[in-house]
Design a protein around this ligand. Structure first.
Ligand code: ADP
Ligand code: MG
Length: 308
C-alpha cells in the first residue's frame, strides 16, 4: 500500500501546486493592463470563453509587442522571431494571431535594398561608404555638391548625366561612388559598380562566352552604372570600341546616367584610350570621350591621400 499512498500524496501536493499556479497565472493574466484593455473593449466575452482562452491570453501577455521588449530583429525574444501577437474576437471567441513586427519589416526591407547595389571586383568596404562621412573642404566641395544635387534630382527623376570624378590617387573618388550608391538604394534606385581593370581582364578572358553578353546587358540596363578607375585598365581596341563603346552608346541613347572615377582628366583619358596595340587611334578615343560627356559631368576631387 505504501507506494500507492505516497504517489497519491505526491500527486495531491503537485495538483495543489498546479491549482495554485493556475490561479496565480490567471490573476496575472487578467491584471495585465493590455489584457484588461482588450477585455474591456470586448464585453461580449463570457467568463467561460475567457477561461477557455487563458492560455492564448497568457501567450499574448508574455510576447513582445511590436518590439517593445527587443532592441532589434536579431534580439527578438518571441516564440516566432520577428512576429508580434495580435488578439481579436470573432463570433464571441478569442483568437490569437501573429503579424510581422516593425524590426522584421525593416530588416527585410534592408535585405531587399542590399540587392540594389551590385558590385564586380570592388572592395566590400566601399559598399559601407556613407555620404555623411565625406568631409566637405575646398578640395571636394564641388564633388560633394554635385553628388548631393544628383541624389536630390534622382528622387524626382533619374538625371541624364552622372559624374566623372577625376583626381589623384587615394583622395576618395571610389568612396564617392559607394556613398552615392548607398544613398540611391534608399530611394530604390539600383547601382552597378565595376572596377574597370578587372572587368577588362575578365571580359578578355571569356570573350567567346555567352555570359559576356549577359553581363554587358546588365551594365547597359542598370539604373546607375559606375565604372571605377577608367583609364587604369590595359588598353585594348576591341574592348574600347566593342564593349565600352557599345555600353556607353546604349546608355546615352536611353538617357541613363553613368558615374566614373579616374586618375585622368577627360583630355588625358582621351590620349590614354587612343593608344593600344593597334596603334594610336585618336578618332576612336574621341568618340568614347564624347559619349562619356553625354552621360556624365566632369568634377575634380583633390585633397590628401587617404590610403594608409
Ligand atoms: P581613390 O578612389 O580616389 O583612389 P578611395 O576612394 O579608394 O580613393 O579612398 C582611399 C581610402 O580612403 C580608402 O580606404 C577609402 O575607404 C578611404 N576613404 C576615402 N574617403 C573616405 C571618407 N570620406 N571617409 C572615410 N574613409 C574614406
Ligand atoms: Mg579608386
Amino acid at each position: 500500500m505504501e507506494p500507492i499512498q505516497s504517489t497519491l500524496k505526491k500527486w495531491m501536493r503537485e495538483n495543489k501546486n498546479f491549482q495554485e499556479n493556475y490561479v496565480k497565472i490567471r490573476d496575472d493574466v487578467l491584471q495585465d493592463p493590455e489584457i484588461k484593455e482588450f477585455l474591456s473593449i470586448h464585453p461580449e466575452l463570457t467568463k467561460q470563453e475567457i477561461n477557455k482562452s487563458l492560455i492564448k491570453l497568457y501567450e499574448y501577455k508574455t510576447q513582445s509587442k511590436q518590439c517593445n521588449h527587443c532592441a532589434s530583429f536579431g534580439e527578438c525574444q518571441n516564440m516566432l522571431p520577428g512576429y508580434s501577437p495580435i488578439l481579436n474576437v470573432e463570433k464571441n471567441e478569442i483568437h490569437l494571431s501573429y503579424e510581422k513586427c516593425h524590426s522584421r519589416l525593416m530588416y527585410e526591407k534592408e535585405r531587399e535594398q542590399e540587392k540594389l547595389i551590385q558590385s564586380v571586383h570592388v572592395p566590400k568596404e566601399i559598399l559601407k561608404a556613407s555620404i555623411n562621412d565625406i568631409h566637405v573642404d575646398e578640395h571636394r566641395n564641388e564633388a560633394v555638391k554635385e553628388a548631393f544635387r544628383f541624389i536630390r534630382e534622382a528622387s524626382v527623376k533619374l538625371p541624364r548625366k552622372g559624374i566623372y570624378f577625376h583626381g589623384p590617387f587615394g583622395v576618395g573618388k571610389t568612396y564617392f561612388l559607394g556613398a552615392i550608391a548607398n544613398e540611391l538604394k534608399k530611394i530604390n534606385i539600383s547601382s552597378m559598380v565595376i572596377y574597370m581593370p578587372e572587368f577588362v581582364r575578365e571580359i578578355k578572358g571569356s570573350f567567346k562566352d555567352d555570359s559576356v553578353n549577359e553581363k554587358i546587358d546588365r551594365f547597359k540596363n542598370a539604373d546607375i552604372l559606375m565604372l571605377d578607375d577608367i583609364g587604369a585598365e590595359v588598353q585594348s581596341a576591341w574592348f574600347r570600341d566593342e564593349i565600352l563603346g557599345s555600353i556607353l552608346q546604349y546608355r546615352m541613347m536611353e538617357q541613363l546616367p553613368v558615374f566614373f572615377t579616374s586618375n585622368y582628366t577627360l583630355e588625358q583619358l582621351e590620349s590614354q584610350l587612343a593608344t593600344t596595340k593597334s596603334g594610336v587611334e585618336t578618332v576612336k578615343a574621341g568618340r568614347i570621350i564624347e559619349r562619356i560627356k553625354q552621360v556624365s559631368n566632369p568634377v575634380a576631387v583633390f585633397g590628401a591621400n587617404r590610403r594608409k
